[in-house]
Design a protein around this ligand. Structure first.
Ligand code: TXE
Length: 495
């Protein structure tokens, strides 16, 4: 079936790639082409940045009050709600995640627009004692480029666009090249609203081709990126020349610390949910389980038995609990990691293979995989695999658990499971991570700041933090009594 090429949205118009290039978009559950989209070039990016610059510096957008912007965000939220099923289905077809996960992402996306619509109308600046006569105001930064990955395409779009627009900035937004469909649909919905041309721009294409322009162009004031640490480092380097503000939400290798006093069944289910949600392609995936040695045998036995019962399949099918990984290239990367783990001497407790029987063979399915007998320096323990692969280690003391938990270059998230309240808090405080869950996993709320320590990045998405990170702080000092400075004698002599 021939497809109409889906276009980019620049300066309020739907445009083709200037080089007339396009890309096929696949369903990772079936390997089928489900859309064809424009493949942007550096020239397209320059056009989008120019439009955004003009919209920010000269357009009517600057005169939109917080109330006007909030009203727009609420309309975007309503449009997402009205198209919830359609957006979720599109996300499942493009990313592979089960429909129930996609529905939850759509709800989170809609709520992000609602949340920032409310937040931007609260007090953001500060005022001081009347004798100082100063105020502090938060102003928009300007042109923001926003680059997101393929694991939460719509949710990430909302996490970036909502605070950016709420604060009064303009955006040039780039989804991942393999999963652009829900973002294109979001821009189609936004294009129905009275948003001035150039305020929201959508560019499509490969990061390695257009990423440099997005992150080094002199007219860009801020870059917000979610993706891998390697790309994050390149972006940071690119932004130095013009001293752009940068927010980086990068990967993780998050530990799940399980003490011996827990309810084992409940904790095993959280451990499985922590790693196999999104087929492990979640930045905060609980990919390292650290279990107290006293309960290890029972824990690993139950974990393995339940992992083998996870229903893997096409995310559109009823009852599916884990979908494929998002692309063929990524599947091979994950399978390579598994082979390396085996080569390094780790034991496969379960899984480890691509699923190829019948229709599975057309998609990019990997068995839920658990490694045991790992040592801490193995690459399967240290590197972000970003697939349905988890390692399980043991510890004998709280000190050892904390040392192992903090022993990678990442620091995005972590969890501790225990019924000992003091121990839970002690371990939480010792963990070098932006989010720590106690006796649960993966709960995220748009009100709470989201981001990492160490090489998991810096700056925060979500919460008040994110809105403030889309602003510049300006101090205004006033002379409201028309008093003289009184510094030069000649002025007092003449008066
Ligand atoms: O990510 P990239 P990739 C991790 C995960 C994964 C690894 C590599 O471990 O295996 O990163 O995945 C755009 N300038 N995470 O290669 O490259 C790209 O087009 C500017 C964790 O897919 O980071 C896409 O839009 N942009 C992570 C986005 O960056 C560039 C989620 C993410 O792709 C660019 C994804 C460049 N030079 C991967 N090169 C998380 N934190 O959740 C690429 N891009």
């Amino acid at each position: 079936m021939p497809f109409n090429v889906k276009k980019m949205y620049i300066n309020g118009e739907w445009v083709n790639s200037q080089a007339d290039q396009s890309r096929e978009i696949l369903n990772p559950a079936t390997g089928e082409v489900i859309a064809v989209v424009a493949e942007g070039t550096v020239e397209d990016v320059k056009h989008a940045i120019h439009s955004a610059r003009k919209a920010f510096d000269e357009g009517p957008w600057r005169s939109f009050s917080a109330q006007d912007r909030a009203s727009l965000l609420l309309q975007i939220s309503s449009l997402i709600d009205e198209h919830k099923e359609e957006l979720a289905k599109l996300e499942t077809m493009n990313n592979g995640k089960p429909l129930r996960e996609a529905l939850s992402d759509v709800e989170t996306a809609s709520d992000a627009f609602r949340y920032y619509a409310g937040l931007v109308r609260t007090s953001l600046g500060e005022t001081f004692d009347s004798t100082i006569d100063s105020i502090v105001i938060q102003e928009p930064i300007g042109v923001c480029t926003q680059i997101v990955p393929w694991n939460f395409p719509l949710q990430m779009a909302a996490w970036k666009l909502a605070p950016c627009l709420a604060a009064g900035n303009v955006s040039v937004f780039k989804p991942a090249e393999t999963t652009p469909l829900s973002a294109i649909r979001l821009f189609e919905l936004m294009s129905e609203l009275d948003i001035p041309p150039g305020v929201v721009n959508l560019v499509l294409g490969a990061g390695r081709v257009i990423g440099n322009e997005l992150t080094s162009n002199e007219h860009v004031d801020k870059v917000s990126f979610t993706g891998g640490t390697v790309t994050g480092k390149k972006i940071m380097a690119n932004s130095i020349e013009t001293m752009k503000k940068v927010t980086l939400e990068l990967g993780g290798k998050s530990p799940v610390v399980v003490f011996s006093d827990v309810n084992i069944d409940t904790t095993v289910e959280y451990a499985l949910f922590g790693i196999f949600l999104g087929a492990g392609q979640v930045c905060s995936a609980g990919s390292r389980i650290l279990v107290h040695e006293d309960i290890y045998q029972e824990f690993i036995g139950k974990m393995t038995a339940h992992a083998e019962q996870i229903v893997v399949g096409n995310g559109l099918d009823e009852g599916v609990e884990m979908g494929p990984v998002a692309s063929e290239a990524h599947m091979h990367k994950v399978l390579d990691f598994i082979q390396t783990g085996e080569r390094e001497g780790a034991t496969l407790a379960t899984g480890g293979k691509r699923i190829v029987e019948g229709n599975y063979g057309k998609g990019y399915f990997i068995e839920p995989t658990i490694f045991t007998n790992v040592s801490n320096n193995m690459s399967v323990v240290q590197e972000e695999i970003f697939g349905p692969v988890v390692t399980v280690q043991t510890f004998s003391s709280e000190e050892e658990a904390v040392r192992l938990a903090n022993s990678t270059k990442y620091g995005l998230a972590g969890a501790v499971f225990t019924n000992d309240f003091s121990r839970a808090l002690r371990v939480t405080k010792s963990m070098k991570a932006g989010t720590v869950w106690i006796n649960k996993y993966h709960s995220v709320n748009n009100q709470l700041p989201w981001g990492g320590f160490k090489q998991s990045g810096f700056g925060r998405d979500l919460g008040k933090n994110s809105l403030l990170e889309y602003t510049e702080t300006k101090v205004v000092n006033m002379n409201i009594h028309s008093s003289a400075v009184g510094f030069y004698k000649s002025f007092s002599d003449n008066s």
